[in-house]
Design a protein around this ligand. Structure first.
Ligand code: EPS
Length: 393
Protein backbone atom coordinates (compact mmCIF):
# COMPACT_ATOMS: atom_id res chain seq x y z
CA UNK A 1 0.00 0.00 0.00
CA UNK A 2 1.26 3.50 -0.77
CA UNK A 3 0.15 7.01 0.01
CA UNK A 4 -2.62 8.27 -2.28
CA UNK A 5 -1.13 11.03 -4.43
CA UNK A 6 -1.25 12.50 -7.88
CA UNK A 7 0.86 14.53 -10.21
CA UNK A 8 -0.21 16.45 -13.27
CA UNK A 9 1.56 17.43 -16.48
CA UNK A 10 0.56 19.36 -19.55
CA UNK A 11 0.33 22.83 -21.03
CA UNK A 12 -2.81 24.78 -21.91
CA UNK A 13 -2.18 24.49 -25.66
CA UNK A 14 0.05 21.40 -25.64
CA UNK A 15 -1.14 18.02 -26.90
CA UNK A 16 -2.80 16.95 -23.63
CA UNK A 17 -3.25 17.26 -19.88
CA UNK A 18 -2.20 14.27 -17.81
CA UNK A 19 -2.63 13.02 -14.27
CA UNK A 20 -1.01 10.02 -12.66
CA UNK A 21 -2.79 8.82 -9.54
CA UNK A 22 -0.88 6.47 -7.24
CA UNK A 23 -2.03 4.52 -4.21
CA UNK A 24 -5.55 3.52 -5.26
CA UNK A 25 -6.27 0.06 -3.82
CA UNK A 26 -6.96 -2.84 -6.19
CA UNK A 27 -10.52 -3.86 -6.99
CA UNK A 28 -12.23 -0.47 -7.27
CA UNK A 29 -14.64 -0.15 -10.18
CA UNK A 30 -13.66 2.93 -12.17
CA UNK A 31 -15.50 4.19 -15.20
CA UNK A 32 -14.27 6.77 -17.66
CA UNK A 33 -17.84 8.06 -17.90
CA UNK A 34 -17.78 9.13 -14.24
CA UNK A 35 -14.57 11.10 -14.84
CA UNK A 36 -16.04 12.59 -18.02
CA UNK A 37 -19.13 13.77 -16.16
CA UNK A 38 -16.92 15.85 -13.81
CA UNK A 39 -14.81 17.11 -16.73
CA UNK A 40 -17.97 18.25 -18.50
CA UNK A 41 -19.18 20.12 -15.40
CA UNK A 42 -15.80 21.86 -15.18
CA UNK A 43 -16.27 23.11 -18.72
CA UNK A 44 -19.66 24.59 -17.97
CA UNK A 45 -21.05 27.71 -16.35
CA UNK A 46 -22.22 31.05 -17.68
CA UNK A 47 -19.39 33.37 -18.61
CA UNK A 48 -16.86 30.90 -20.01
CA UNK A 49 -14.65 31.67 -22.99
CA UNK A 50 -14.83 30.32 -26.53
CA UNK A 51 -12.12 27.83 -25.57
CA UNK A 52 -14.73 25.69 -23.85
CA UNK A 53 -16.74 25.47 -27.07
CA UNK A 54 -13.61 24.25 -28.84
CA UNK A 55 -12.71 21.60 -26.29
CA UNK A 56 -14.61 18.44 -25.48
CA UNK A 57 -12.71 17.17 -22.45
CA UNK A 58 -12.81 13.38 -22.37
CA UNK A 59 -10.48 11.09 -20.44
CA UNK A 60 -8.49 8.13 -21.69
CA UNK A 61 -7.47 5.82 -18.89
CA UNK A 62 -4.06 4.55 -19.98
CA UNK A 63 -3.07 2.33 -17.09
CA UNK A 64 -3.98 0.86 -13.73
CA UNK A 65 -7.19 -0.88 -14.85
CA UNK A 66 -8.22 -4.28 -16.07
CA UNK A 67 -11.81 -4.78 -17.18
CA UNK A 68 -12.88 -1.65 -15.39
CA UNK A 69 -11.32 -2.44 -12.01
CA UNK A 70 -8.20 -0.96 -10.51
CA UNK A 71 -5.10 -3.14 -10.23
CA UNK A 72 -3.36 -1.20 -7.45
CA UNK A 73 -0.87 0.18 -9.98
CA UNK A 74 -0.57 3.86 -11.00
CA UNK A 75 -3.56 5.14 -12.94
CA UNK A 76 -2.59 7.37 -15.86
CA UNK A 77 -5.29 9.70 -17.16
CA UNK A 78 -5.02 11.65 -20.40
CA UNK A 79 -7.28 14.43 -21.69
CA UNK A 80 -6.35 15.69 -25.15
CA UNK A 81 -6.46 19.38 -26.12
CA UNK A 82 -8.32 20.27 -29.32
CA UNK A 83 -6.39 23.56 -29.32
CA UNK A 84 -2.83 22.20 -29.26
CA UNK A 85 -1.27 25.19 -30.98
CA UNK A 86 1.54 25.77 -28.45
CA UNK A 87 4.37 25.74 -31.01
CA UNK A 88 2.56 28.04 -33.42
CA UNK A 89 1.53 30.68 -30.89
CA UNK A 90 3.52 33.93 -30.86
CA UNK A 91 5.57 35.01 -27.87
CA UNK A 92 3.80 37.50 -25.62
CA UNK A 93 5.49 40.51 -24.04
CA UNK A 94 2.99 42.26 -21.74
CA UNK A 95 2.47 40.41 -18.42
CA UNK A 96 -1.07 40.44 -17.00
CA UNK A 97 -1.35 41.92 -13.50
CA UNK A 98 -2.76 39.25 -11.20
CA UNK A 99 -1.49 36.30 -13.24
CA UNK A 100 1.78 34.38 -12.82
CA UNK A 101 3.21 36.19 -15.88
CA UNK A 102 5.66 38.71 -14.44
CA UNK A 103 6.73 36.69 -11.40
CA UNK A 104 7.16 33.67 -13.68
CA UNK A 105 9.26 35.59 -16.23
CA UNK A 106 11.49 36.88 -13.44
CA UNK A 107 11.77 33.42 -11.92
CA UNK A 108 12.74 31.70 -15.17
CA UNK A 109 14.74 34.58 -16.67
CA UNK A 110 12.58 34.93 -19.79
CA UNK A 111 10.78 37.78 -21.53
CA UNK A 112 8.29 35.42 -23.13
CA UNK A 113 5.10 35.53 -21.11
CA UNK A 114 3.74 32.58 -23.10
CA UNK A 115 6.49 30.35 -21.73
CA UNK A 116 5.00 30.99 -18.28
CA UNK A 117 1.29 31.11 -18.98
CA UNK A 118 1.13 27.80 -20.77
CA UNK A 119 1.60 25.93 -17.52
CA UNK A 120 0.16 28.47 -15.09
CA UNK A 121 -3.13 28.54 -17.04
CA UNK A 122 -6.11 27.18 -15.17
CA UNK A 123 -6.49 24.66 -17.96
CA UNK A 124 -4.26 22.48 -15.74
CA UNK A 125 -7.29 21.99 -13.51
CA UNK A 126 -8.63 19.53 -16.11
CA UNK A 127 -6.05 17.06 -14.75
CA UNK A 128 -6.95 17.84 -11.12
CA UNK A 129 -10.60 17.17 -11.80
CA UNK A 130 -9.75 13.85 -13.46
CA UNK A 131 -7.64 12.81 -10.45
CA UNK A 132 -10.37 14.00 -8.08
CA UNK A 133 -12.93 11.87 -9.90
CA UNK A 134 -10.87 8.78 -9.09
CA UNK A 135 -10.90 9.81 -5.42
CA UNK A 136 -14.66 10.35 -5.62
CA UNK A 137 -15.16 6.83 -6.98
CA UNK A 138 -13.23 5.48 -4.00
CA UNK A 139 -15.14 7.59 -1.49
CA UNK A 140 -18.51 6.72 -3.02
CA UNK A 141 -17.72 3.04 -2.50
CA UNK A 142 -17.56 3.86 1.22
CA UNK A 143 -20.66 6.07 1.31
CA UNK A 144 -18.78 9.39 1.36
CA UNK A 145 -20.06 12.03 -1.07
CA UNK A 146 -18.45 15.33 -1.95
CA UNK A 147 -20.55 18.14 -3.37
CA UNK A 148 -19.43 21.57 -4.57
CA UNK A 149 -21.67 24.51 -5.44
CA UNK A 150 -21.55 28.25 -5.89
CA UNK A 151 -22.61 30.64 -3.12
CA UNK A 152 -22.05 33.96 -4.85
CA UNK A 153 -21.01 35.61 -8.09
CA UNK A 154 -19.60 39.10 -7.60
CA UNK A 155 -21.91 40.89 -5.18
CA UNK A 156 -24.88 38.54 -5.76
CA UNK A 157 -25.33 35.84 -3.10
CA UNK A 158 -27.60 32.81 -3.05
CA UNK A 159 -30.33 33.11 -0.38
CA UNK A 160 -29.08 31.37 2.80
CA UNK A 161 -32.35 29.44 3.16
CA UNK A 162 -31.55 27.71 -0.12
CA UNK A 163 -28.45 26.14 1.32
CA UNK A 164 -29.42 22.89 3.06
CA UNK A 165 -28.46 22.13 6.67
CA UNK A 166 -26.16 19.26 5.80
CA UNK A 167 -26.43 16.49 8.36
CA UNK A 168 -23.61 14.62 10.08
CA UNK A 169 -23.21 10.90 10.75
CA UNK A 170 -23.26 8.07 8.23
CA UNK A 171 -24.82 9.01 4.90
CA UNK A 172 -28.19 7.28 4.87
CA UNK A 173 -31.31 7.51 2.77
CA UNK A 174 -32.47 10.90 4.05
CA UNK A 175 -29.08 12.51 3.50
CA UNK A 176 -28.80 10.89 0.08
CA UNK A 177 -32.17 12.19 -1.03
CA UNK A 178 -31.33 15.70 0.19
CA UNK A 179 -28.07 15.43 -1.73
CA UNK A 180 -29.91 14.20 -4.83
CA UNK A 181 -32.20 17.22 -4.73
CA UNK A 182 -29.28 19.58 -4.28
CA UNK A 183 -27.42 17.95 -7.17
CA UNK A 184 -30.43 18.32 -9.47
CA UNK A 185 -30.80 22.02 -8.54
CA UNK A 186 -27.10 22.71 -8.99
CA UNK A 187 -26.83 20.91 -12.31
CA UNK A 188 -29.83 22.81 -13.67
CA UNK A 189 -28.20 26.14 -12.79
CA UNK A 190 -25.83 27.91 -15.19
CA UNK A 191 -24.05 29.15 -12.05
CA UNK A 192 -23.89 25.78 -10.21
CA UNK A 193 -26.00 27.48 -7.55
CA UNK A 194 -28.75 25.99 -5.39
CA UNK A 195 -30.82 29.17 -5.53
CA UNK A 196 -32.67 29.62 -8.84
CA UNK A 197 -33.83 33.03 -7.60
CA UNK A 198 -30.26 34.32 -7.62
CA UNK A 199 -29.63 33.38 -11.25
CA UNK A 200 -31.04 36.62 -12.70
CA UNK A 201 -28.75 38.75 -10.55
CA UNK A 202 -25.77 36.50 -11.19
CA UNK A 203 -26.32 36.69 -14.93
CA UNK A 204 -26.59 40.47 -14.76
CA UNK A 205 -23.33 40.58 -12.82
CA UNK A 206 -21.47 38.54 -15.44
CA UNK A 207 -23.04 40.38 -18.39
CA UNK A 208 -22.17 43.77 -16.93
CA UNK A 209 -18.55 42.71 -16.42
CA UNK A 210 -18.41 41.29 -19.95
CA UNK A 211 -19.71 44.54 -21.44
CA UNK A 212 -17.00 46.45 -19.64
CA UNK A 213 -14.24 44.05 -20.69
CA UNK A 214 -13.93 43.03 -17.06
CA UNK A 215 -14.16 39.85 -14.93
CA UNK A 216 -15.96 38.72 -11.74
CA UNK A 217 -15.13 36.28 -8.95
CA UNK A 218 -17.23 34.72 -6.23
CA UNK A 219 -17.54 32.17 -3.47
CA UNK A 220 -18.08 28.44 -3.58
CA UNK A 221 -18.67 25.82 -0.91
CA UNK A 222 -17.69 22.17 -0.84
CA UNK A 223 -19.46 19.74 1.48
CA UNK A 224 -18.32 16.21 2.27
CA UNK A 225 -21.03 13.96 3.70
CA UNK A 226 -20.57 10.62 5.45
CA UNK A 227 -16.97 11.35 6.48
CA UNK A 228 -16.26 9.18 9.52
CA UNK A 229 -14.65 10.73 12.59
CA UNK A 230 -10.91 10.28 12.98
CA UNK A 231 -9.48 11.28 9.57
CA UNK A 232 -6.41 13.49 9.78
CA UNK A 233 -4.30 13.93 12.88
CA UNK A 234 -3.69 16.37 15.70
CA UNK A 235 -0.28 14.74 16.31
CA UNK A 236 1.56 16.68 13.61
CA UNK A 237 1.02 19.95 11.82
CA UNK A 238 1.11 18.32 8.41
CA UNK A 239 -1.39 15.67 9.47
CA UNK A 240 -4.14 18.18 10.26
CA UNK A 241 -6.93 17.70 7.80
CA UNK A 242 -8.07 21.32 7.94
CA UNK A 243 -4.59 22.44 6.92
CA UNK A 244 -4.55 19.89 4.14
CA UNK A 245 -7.95 20.95 2.83
CA UNK A 246 -6.94 24.60 2.96
CA UNK A 247 -3.74 23.90 1.07
CA UNK A 248 -5.56 21.87 -1.58
CA UNK A 249 -8.13 24.65 -2.11
CA UNK A 250 -5.62 27.49 -1.93
CA UNK A 251 -3.59 25.85 -4.67
CA UNK A 252 -6.47 26.25 -7.14
CA UNK A 253 -5.70 29.15 -9.48
CA UNK A 254 -7.44 32.40 -8.40
CA UNK A 255 -8.47 31.13 -4.95
CA UNK A 256 -7.47 33.76 -2.39
CA UNK A 257 -9.23 32.67 0.79
CA UNK A 258 -10.48 29.50 2.46
CA UNK A 259 -12.78 29.03 5.45
CA UNK A 260 -13.78 25.92 7.37
CA UNK A 261 -17.12 25.90 9.18
CA UNK A 262 -17.85 29.37 10.57
CA UNK A 263 -14.43 30.44 9.39
CA UNK A 264 -13.71 34.16 9.73
CA UNK A 265 -17.11 34.81 11.36
CA UNK A 266 -16.00 32.86 14.45
CA UNK A 267 -13.42 35.53 15.21
CA UNK A 268 -16.23 37.96 16.14
CA UNK A 269 -18.17 35.54 18.35
CA UNK A 270 -17.95 34.17 21.89
CA UNK A 271 -16.76 30.60 22.42
CA UNK A 272 -20.10 29.61 23.91
CA UNK A 273 -21.78 30.45 20.58
CA UNK A 274 -19.15 28.83 18.40
CA UNK A 275 -18.53 25.30 19.70
CA UNK A 276 -20.92 22.46 18.95
CA UNK A 277 -22.39 20.66 22.00
CA UNK A 278 -21.69 16.92 22.25
CA UNK A 279 -24.65 14.51 22.40
CA UNK A 280 -25.39 10.82 22.84
CA UNK A 281 -27.99 9.73 20.32
CA UNK A 282 -29.03 6.10 20.49
CA UNK A 283 -28.85 4.48 17.09
CA UNK A 284 -27.67 7.74 15.45
CA UNK A 285 -24.41 9.45 14.60
CA UNK A 286 -21.26 7.37 14.64
CA UNK A 287 -21.66 4.69 17.33
CA UNK A 288 -24.16 7.00 19.06
CA UNK A 289 -21.84 10.04 19.13
CA UNK A 290 -23.31 13.15 17.54
CA UNK A 291 -23.22 16.95 17.75
CA UNK A 292 -25.78 19.66 18.13
CA UNK A 293 -24.83 21.92 15.22
CA UNK A 294 -21.87 22.01 12.89
CA UNK A 295 -20.21 25.37 13.27
CA UNK A 296 -16.84 23.61 13.30
CA UNK A 297 -17.40 22.47 9.72
CA UNK A 298 -16.73 18.84 10.59
CA UNK A 299 -13.17 19.30 11.82
CA UNK A 300 -11.86 19.69 15.38
CA UNK A 301 -8.21 19.58 16.33
CA UNK A 302 -7.24 18.81 12.75
CA UNK A 303 -9.35 15.62 12.80
CA UNK A 304 -12.73 14.94 11.17
CA UNK A 305 -15.41 14.76 13.87
CA UNK A 306 -18.15 12.89 12.00
CA UNK A 307 -20.18 15.95 10.97
CA UNK A 308 -20.34 17.14 7.37
CA UNK A 309 -17.05 18.73 6.32
CA UNK A 310 -17.85 22.28 5.17
CA UNK A 311 -15.26 24.39 3.39
CA UNK A 312 -15.66 27.62 1.46
CA UNK A 313 -13.30 29.33 -0.92
CA UNK A 314 -13.14 32.84 -2.35
CA UNK A 315 -12.13 33.19 -5.99
CA UNK A 316 -10.79 36.49 -7.20
CA UNK A 317 -11.89 37.87 -10.58
CA UNK A 318 -9.72 36.31 -13.30
CA UNK A 319 -6.71 38.41 -14.26
CA UNK A 320 -7.16 38.11 -18.02
CA UNK A 321 -9.29 41.17 -18.88
CA UNK A 322 -10.43 42.05 -22.38
CA UNK A 323 -9.73 45.70 -21.70
CA UNK A 324 -6.25 44.87 -20.34
CA UNK A 325 -4.71 46.30 -17.18
CA UNK A 326 -1.72 48.64 -17.00
CA UNK A 327 1.52 46.78 -17.57
CA UNK A 328 4.88 47.11 -19.27
CA UNK A 329 6.26 45.53 -22.46
CA UNK A 330 9.15 43.33 -21.31
CA UNK A 331 11.17 44.07 -24.50
CA UNK A 332 10.66 47.78 -24.94
CA UNK A 333 9.98 48.64 -21.24
CA UNK A 334 7.24 50.94 -22.54
CA UNK A 335 3.83 50.96 -20.87
CA UNK A 336 1.40 48.56 -22.53
CA UNK A 337 -1.89 46.96 -21.58
CA UNK A 338 -1.71 43.36 -20.31
CA UNK A 339 -2.01 40.70 -22.98
CA UNK A 340 -5.50 39.57 -23.97
CA UNK A 341 -6.41 36.87 -26.45
CA UNK A 342 -9.49 35.25 -24.95
CA UNK A 343 -10.64 34.48 -21.43
CA UNK A 344 -13.51 33.64 -19.17
CA UNK A 345 -15.49 36.52 -17.69
CA UNK A 346 -16.44 34.27 -14.79
CA UNK A 347 -15.17 30.79 -13.88
CA UNK A 348 -16.58 30.38 -10.36
CA UNK A 349 -18.86 27.45 -11.35
CA UNK A 350 -15.81 25.70 -12.83
CA UNK A 351 -13.79 26.46 -9.71
CA UNK A 352 -16.47 24.80 -7.59
CA UNK A 353 -15.92 21.59 -9.58
CA UNK A 354 -12.16 21.87 -9.14
CA UNK A 355 -12.70 22.53 -5.41
CA UNK A 356 -14.88 19.46 -5.17
CA UNK A 357 -12.07 17.41 -6.74
CA UNK A 358 -9.49 18.92 -4.37
CA UNK A 359 -11.56 18.17 -1.28
CA UNK A 360 -12.40 14.65 -2.51
CA UNK A 361 -8.74 13.91 -3.06
CA UNK A 362 -7.66 15.10 0.40
CA UNK A 363 -10.44 13.23 2.14
CA UNK A 364 -9.71 10.06 0.18
CA UNK A 365 -6.05 10.39 1.12
CA UNK A 366 -6.82 10.73 4.80
CA UNK A 367 -9.36 7.90 4.52
CA UNK A 368 -6.71 5.54 3.12
CA UNK A 369 -4.22 6.63 5.76
CA UNK A 370 -6.66 5.40 8.36
CA UNK A 371 -8.12 2.35 6.62
CA UNK A 372 -5.56 1.71 3.88
CA UNK A 373 -4.79 -1.66 2.39
CA UNK A 374 -3.75 -3.06 -0.95
CA UNK A 375 -7.25 -4.05 -1.93
CA UNK A 376 -10.73 -2.61 -1.52
CA UNK A 377 -11.67 -5.63 0.62
CA UNK A 378 -8.83 -4.87 3.06
CA UNK A 379 -9.97 -1.25 3.26
CA UNK A 380 -13.59 -2.37 3.82
CA UNK A 381 -12.62 -4.71 6.62
CA UNK A 382 -10.56 -2.05 8.40
CA UNK A 383 -13.33 0.52 8.08
CA UNK A 384 -16.02 -1.87 9.31
CA UNK A 385 -13.99 -2.88 12.38
CA UNK A 386 -13.34 0.76 13.25
CA UNK A 387 -16.96 1.84 12.86
CA UNK A 388 -18.08 -1.06 15.05
CA UNK A 389 -15.66 0.01 17.74
CA UNK A 390 -16.95 3.58 18.01
CA UNK A 391 -19.97 2.74 20.17
CA UNK A 392 -17.74 1.30 22.88
CA UNK A 393 -15.66 4.46 23.26
C1 EPS B 1 -9.09 27.28 -19.38
C2 EPS B 1 -8.54 27.40 -20.63
C3 EPS B 1 -7.81 28.60 -20.99
C4 EPS B 1 -8.42 29.83 -20.34
C5 EPS B 1 -8.62 29.68 -18.84
C6 EPS B 1 -8.98 28.32 -18.37
O1 EPS B 1 -7.87 28.64 -22.38
P1 EPS B 1 -7.21 29.78 -23.33
O2 EPS B 1 -6.04 30.34 -22.63
O3 EPS B 1 -6.86 29.02 -24.58
O4 EPS B 1 -8.32 30.75 -23.58
O5 EPS B 1 -9.68 30.08 -20.90
O6 EPS B 1 -7.44 30.04 -18.21
C7 EPS B 1 -7.49 30.89 -17.16
C8 EPS B 1 -8.60 31.24 -16.58
C9 EPS B 1 -6.22 31.34 -16.68
O7 EPS B 1 -6.25 32.12 -15.74
O8 EPS B 1 -5.22 30.99 -17.22
C10 EPS B 1 -9.80 26.06 -18.98
O9 EPS B 1 -9.92 25.08 -19.75
O10 EPS B 1 -10.29 26.06 -17.83
Amino acid sequence: MSDLRYRTAGESHGPALLAIVEGVPAGLRLEASAIDADLARRQGGFGRSRRQALERDRVRILSGLKRGRTLGSPIALLVGNADDSIDRLPNLRAPRPGHADLAGCLKYGTRDVRAVLERSSARETVARVAAGAVARALLRKFAVEVFGYVLSIGAVRAAPRRVPAWGGGPLESEGLSRLGEARAARDASPFASLDPGAAVGMRREVEAAARQGDTVGGLFEVVALGVPPGLGSFATGEGRIDGRLARALMSIPAVKGVEIGLGFAAARMRGSRVHDPILRRDGGGWGGWARDGNRAGGVEGGVSNGEAVLVRAAMKPLPTLRRGLPSVNLETRAPERGTFQRSDVCAVPAASVVGEAAVAFEIARAFLEKFGGDSISEVSAARRAYLESLGSV
